[in-house]
Unconditional design. Structure first.
Length: 169
């Protein structure tokens, strides 16, 4: 109990830095993901997927999804902060390793999105009258064979930024 209170106190002392570096890390991670989409390396857009979870308007989905993604970036930064604090160290390489593990979990869980996302077709759906998003497939391979690589790199970059810049005072 005392250790949990101490961690919360450390977070409160460093909350401004956590929020700022989470914003930077999320912005760069999203830039890598969207850049890889723009370069044709992947068709995966996590902000678009998250946005279409709450709206059918594809134009608005990117904006809404980006806001959801930013909120998620802040939430995960708090989790990373707690992990770094419990390890007693924060380095770019520990952060990159955590980010890569986070990315691997994300990729492995992508097929589950088809089961809970209202606008993603599953591999078992028959053709429907209303259009659906393509199912991601195993580790997102339906969105391009470079999708796992670009996703892991972007997530590792996110973790490396947090590990390299979050204060552990």
């Amino acid at each position: 109990m005392m250790q949990s209170l101490a961690l919360l106190h450390r977070l409160a002392e460093n909350l401004d830095a956590v929020l700022i570096w989470a914003l930077v890390a999320t912005a760069l991670m999203t830039t890598v993901l969207q850049g890889s989409q723009g370069l044709g390396l992947s068709r995966l857009s996590l902000p678009f997927l998250f946005g279409t979870f709450v709206t059918a308007d594809r134009g608005r989905a990117v904006l809404v999804g980006s806001l959801i993604y930013l909120a998620g970036g802040w939430a995960f930064a708090v989790l990373y902060f707690f992990i770094f604090a419990s390890l007693g160290a924060a380095t770019w390489w520990i952060g990159a390793a955590l980010g890569a593990l986070h990315g691997l979990f994300l990729l492995v869980s992508l097929p589950v999105m088809a089961l809970i996302h209202p606008r993603i077709a599953s591999a078992y759906d028959a053709p429907a009258s209303e259009p659906k998003l393509e199912p991601p497939g195993f580790i997102g391979l339906n969105y391009g064979y470079r999708t796992p690589l670009t996703t892991l790199l972007a997530q590792a970059l996110y973790g490396a930024i947090l590990g390299g810049f979050l204060p552990m005072r």
